[in-house]
Ligand binder design. Structure first.
Ligand code: NI
Length: 161
């Protein structure tokens, strides 16, 4: 198990475009394993390669804690509907903001064996895939936030009241 350092908002690597992955290599396989370890350790539901300083089109997602998925060179080719809700990012710990995302998407990508797959996603999984795909284009969710960023503790307090 290897935990990598998560780059924080303001780090210039988070504003850069990632390159397509051409081949699976031992280094990339290790990166993917480390990204899962790092994401679970930080209790996130998604992590993109630039967040650990690697400018390659790779992200990992697990929105249930039991469904780890790898996306290489992803392409969201259909999006419809709308959902509005709090979104956060491991590169901006402790903060969240309200972001509108499509309710439903279709995405094509390669898996860790470089095999193409095509899937539909909705709700939280669609949100996570959109968020992580944005990272590969150097975009952070804060650019999409409506209103102010809030502290996560304040959201919990709001929900308890
Ligand atoms: Ni993020």
């Amino acid at each position: 198990m290897a935990i990598r350092t998560i780059r924080e908002y303001g780090d210039e690597v988070l504003g850069k475009h990632c390159k397509d992955v051409k081949h699976m290599t031992p280094g990339l396989a290790l990166l993917i394993n480390d990204m899962f370890d790092t994401m679970y350790e930080a209790q996130g539901v998604g992590l993109a390669a630039p967040q650990v300083g690697v400018l390659k089109k790779v992200f990992v997602v697990d929105v249930t804690g039991e469904d780890p998925m790898v996306f290489i060179n992803p392409e969201i080719y259909e999006a419809d509907g709308e959902q509005e809700g709090y979104e956060g990012c491991l590169s901006l710990p402790g903060k969240s903001g309200i972001v509108k995302r499509p309710m439903h998407i279709r995405v094509r990508a390669l898996d860790r064996n470089m095999k193409e797959f095509d899937m539909e996603a909705e709700e939280l999984l669609a949100r996570a895939i959109c968020h992580e795909t944005d990272h590969l284009d150097g975009r952070m969710y804060v650019e999409l936030v409506e209103g102010e960023l809030v502290n996560n503790e304040d959201i919990q307090r709001e929900e308890e009241e």
